[in-house]
Design a protein around this ligand. Structure first.
Ligand SMILES: CC(C)(COP(=O)(O)OP(=O)(O)OC[C@H]1O[C@@H](n2cnc3c(N)ncnc32)[C@H](O)[C@@H]1OP(=O)(O)O)[C@@H](O)C(=O)NCCC(=O)NCCS
Length: 196
């Protein structure tokens, strides 16, 4: 009985503390990487979708962080791709800290990201994920049958959402990265010599 009460109070306290969703900052990167390691394990870098992100920057204005009491607790980013001849974005990874799940934060991150992608004129978003979760945002396997990822993937997890009707009509072939090159991390940049 006591345990149930304690659990419920903890849940209420977590729910009562507000979250903010904002554009990702460079100072978020270390915490974002720790969150992704915790959610997906270090093997995440070998996943097929990572091939669409290697060495690329996310699409302009489409990297978001969820922050609670100054701590990063959620992340989502979108990336430019060519999806079998159609311009699109690939979404991922989406992750929420395990202490903050089931309060609508994942949904809030998804809706913020999709609304901003639509506002910026993007036509379609593709992802590899669990259909029972992503169906609530409108993702389906429709128009995905003739698309492939650059590596092994489970066909029933390849999902798409048209932000503009017909944006994925006729999409057929390999999904390939088209985003701009990522800027080198600060520590990797050559130091400028100060003039004497
Ligand atoms: C998936 C994830 C982002 C959801 O975050 P969240 O903040 O808990 O999401 P929300 O609170 O908006 O939604 C919770 C709902 O989604 C459901 N849900 C969560 N993960 C799900 C999944 N994989 N399949 C189906 N439903 C799922 C929950 O059961 C809950 O359902 P309800 O609304 O009927 O109660 C979070 O669980 C997470 O980070 N998981 C680990 C990383 C991951 O799997 N990322 C997605 C890659 S496919």
């Amino acid at each position: 009985m006591t345990n149930v009460l304690a659990t419920n109070l903890t849940a209420l306290n977590v729910a009562a503390v507000p979250f903010a969703i904002r554009a990702e900052k460079s100072s978020d990167i270390a915490a974002r990487e720790r969150l992704l390691d915790a959610c997906f394990g270090e093997g995440r870098h070998a996943r097929t979708c990572q091939r669409l992100r290697d060495g690329r920057a996310p699409a302009e204005g489409l990297a978001f962080s969820a922050v609670r009491q100054g701590r990063l607790v959620g992340t989502v980013r979108l990336w430019h791709v060519d999806a079998g001849g159609r311009a699109a974005l690939v979404l991922g990874p989406l992750a929420v800290d395990s202490s903050c799940r089931e309060f609508g934060l994942g949904g809030a991150l998804m809706r913020a990201a999709l609304a901003e992608a639509a506002a910026r004129g993007h036509g379609a978003v593709i992802l590899l994920g669990d259909a029972p979760y992503y169906a609530r945002f409108g993702f389906t396997a429709d128009k995905m049958a003739d698309l492939a990822l650059p590596g092994p993937f489970e066909r029933d997890r390849l999902l798409g959402l048209e932000l503009r009707d017909g944006a994925l009509d006729g999409a057929a072939g390999l999904i390939v990265a088209t985003g701009a090159a990522a800027k080198p991390a600060r520590a990797d940049r050559p130091r400028l010599r100060r003039a004497a």
